[in-house]
Design a protein. Structure first.
Length: 85
């Protein structure tokens, strides 16, 4: 993600960490925020500005009717999060 809003989010994350706010919470059903947060945090780690120990990342998944449906959504989230964070 290389948009102006993504650059702004990365700056916000950087500032939050500098002032001691280190818990970032999102959800799969908030639109693209889960992906945007993961990308911003992973870019800051890749640049050496932060480490994985510097923050807590939390995401949520809506309840589903079956375990199979839940796992499908969980696996979609985890595939993106797990490979980057």
């Amino acid at each position: 993600l290389k948009s102006e809003s993504q650059i702004n989010l990365k700056d916000v994350v950087r500032t939050c960490l500098q002032v001691g706010l280190n818990h970032f919470e999102t959800a799969r059903f908030y639109g693209t925020s889960e992906m945007q947060f993961v990308d911003a945090l992973s870019e800051l780690m890749e640049s050496g500005e932060i480490t994985r120990d510097d923050f807590i990342f939390q995401t949520k998944i809506q309840p589903k009717a079956t375990g199979e449906e839940f796992l499908k959504v969980f696996n979609t989230s985890w595939a993106h999060i797990g490979e980057k964070l």
